[in-house]
Design a binder for this molecule. Structure first.
Ligand SMILES: Nc1nc2c(c(=O)[nH]1)N[C@H]1C(S)=C(S)[C@@H](COP(=O)(O)O)O[C@H]1N2
Ligand SMILES: [Mo]
Length: 541
């Protein structure tokens, strides 16, 4: 045997084996996708493994991922899983060419990993194992067929080269056919998955929200931005930030949705469907929602007009008393259909503020991504301790007895929103022309309100910004400041004072464990005006 021939054999083994492995994995994922469409979308292997990775990831790494990738973090995670899967699949294929049983065992093991992940997800049943098991079996079957085809010896007496080429062509055809069939199966799975949630889609499309019994007053015109390029007062649902652990957005059917209220000190446990909830008095209220993982100056804040039932009314109806009136439970644990748990102080939701079980956002039923059909919203608390989406259970307990999801991962059990302010314009590294430059942004201190915003340039004296009209204490307040900008590099900073007179702290702290602090700082490069530059040049020249 010549060296060249041996190389060809080796190359064929490596390349052909890798192709076998990759195609088998693709086929396995496609079959699993179709099975998951029947069982439950969350049980698809990449989703289940991804969810497990999200839950096991240390807080520091998660923070890093959110900083690096923002809301694309989920896409990056799915890509990462597919890359790892692809690498292992290619290796398993190469192994299978040598020792077929070993390669098949890897395919089976992958099915098992997926099945384990899927059955250990919140709300999972044994049926959630089926998509991964079916996928593992399909991958093993395809691997077997492809490796056998790859190994098939040349017909005896065939001229070298010619027959080899025929062989390759046959293998190539088999690969192409398998890929096409898998793509078809995967596509059918996706379509069927969408069909499976048609009921949820129809229930949302058919939901007519009753008018509020207590409407919110119209937003004062003076609350809107005075400067272009700044956030509008109300954030459209499509522009509203989204932060959650769900790799597929739960699509809950409003017609079968139920809420259970039970636990310590609940004299009369309640179970409600949506009709019963909507039959209660509905309140409309503007509330700014903010995320604890928002960096100073970051985008995870949004302001909406929410429609919902007062949580305190429901709790009273269930016979719950706040701790200050002798109630035994100090924590309200909200549980979602996807197993998220969010703990909120009972005292806070019963202290008279508009803590809502929201069904509407800006005049529409909640979008699926924002918690359809019902979510919590509590003015003054970060989302992770108050704003449970896809709500299905309210459990009264104590903070000493139970740690909710994020608390187990190092975040504080109680987290009132910290006073924050943000410069929306000019943008970092902007190059405005010298002269009057509009500086503008938002400031928030939910449930305390914003009393004052100040801006300073290059660490100089604080200067009072103009506040837009306040809509209430539970929403952010827009502000603007006309700056006489001189050419050169400058640093802008902003700080807010809340309704109680407390000035936003300059102390720099990270988001963990209970919210970032520090001043939003924006560096810009002010360019001289062309005329002024020419005049200056003429003077010096
Ligand atoms: N079920 C569920 N609810 C959740 C979360 C989640 O991961 N799952 N994330 C919370 C967090 S951290 C925030 S900041 C808000 C964000 O709400 P939004 O995505 O509608 O903006 O939802 C909260 N409710
Ligand atoms: Mo959050």
């Amino acid at each position: 045997m010549t060296g060249a021939k041996a190389d060809l054999g080796r190359r064929r083994r490596l390349l052909g084996g890798a192709v076998c492995g990759l195609v088998a994995a693709f086929a396995g994922l496609a079959v699993a996708e179709l099975a998951a469409a029947v069982v439950r979308p969350e049980a698809a292997p990449v989703t289940a493994v991804g969810g497990t990775v999200v839950d096991l990831t240390p807080t520091a790494v998660k923070e890093w991922a959110i900083r690096q990738f923002g809301t694309a973090d989920k896409l990056v995670l799915a890509l990462g899983i597919v890359l790892v899967l692809g690498a292992v699949a290619a290796a398993a294929g190469v192994l299978a060419v040598r020792r077929l049983p070993a390669g098949l065992a890897v395919a089976g093991a992958f099915g098992l990993v997926g099945a384990l992940a899927a059955t250990s997800r919140p709300e999972a049943s044994w049926r959630d194992a089926l998509p991964s098991l079916a996928g593992g079996l399909a991958a093993a079957g395809v691997l077997y067929l492809l490796v056998r085809a790859l190994r098939r010896p040349r017909p005896a007496g065939a001229p070298p080269g010619g027959a080899g080429a025929m062989d390759r062509r046959g293998f190539g055809r088999l690969v192409a056919a398998t890929l096409a069939a898998s793509a078809g199966i995967g596509y059918a799975g996706r379509r069927l998955g969408a069909y499976g949630s048609l009921g949820a889609g129809a229930s949302r499309a058919g939901l007519v929200l009753p008018p509020p019994d207590v409407p919110a007053p119209p937003v004062p015109p003076g609350a809107e931005p005075a400067v272009r390029g700044t956030s509008p007062f109300l954030t459209a649902a499509g522009d509203f930030y989204r932060v959650d652990t769900a790799l597929v957005v739960p699509r809950v059917d409003a017609d079968t949705w139920r809420l259970r209220i039970h636990g310590e000190g609940v004299a009369r446990p309640l179970e409600l469907d949506l009709r019963a909830l909507l039959a209660r008095p509905l309140v409309e209220h503007d509330i700014t929602l903010t995320c604890v993982s928002n960096e100073v100056g970051g985008p995870y804040a949004g302001n909406a007009r929410w429609l919902g039932v007062r949580l305190a009314d429901l709790l009273h109806e269930a016979g719950v008393r706040p701790p200050s009136r002798g109630g035994p439970a100090d924590q309200l644990v909200a549980r979602s259909v996807d197993g998220m748990t969010i703990g909120t102080p009972v005292e806070t939701v019963m202290d008279g503020r508009e803590a809502l079980l929201a069904v509407g956002m800006n005049g529409e039923p909640l979008p699926f991504a924002h918690g359809f059909p019902v979510r919590m919203v509590v003015p003054g608390l970060y989302g992770y301790v108050s704003a449970c989406k896809w709500l299905r259970e309210l459990h009264l307990t104590t903070f000493s007895a139970y740690d909710a999801y994020w608390v187990r991962r190092g975040w504080a059990a109680q987290a009132p929103v910290k006073t924050q302010s943000r410069i929306d314009t000019p943008r970092p590294s902007a190059e405005p022309l010298a002269g009057q430059v509009a500086v503008a942004g938002v400031a928030w201190a939910q449930h305390r309100g914003i009393a004052r915003v100040e801006v300073r340039v290059d660490g100089g004296p604080w200067q009072e910004a103009r506040l837009a009209d306040a809509d209430g204490v539970d929403t952010w307040r827009l502000w603007s400041w006309p700056w006489e900008a001189a050419p050169g590099r400058h640093t802008l900073q902003v700080r807010a004072t809340d309704g109680g007179g407390a000035v936003q702290t300059e102390e720099v702290r990270p988001p963990v464990p209970d919210g970032a602090t520090g001043l939003h700082t924006v560096a810009v490069h002010v360019r001289p005006r062309p005329a002024a530059a020419a005049a200056a040049a003429a003077r010096t020249g």
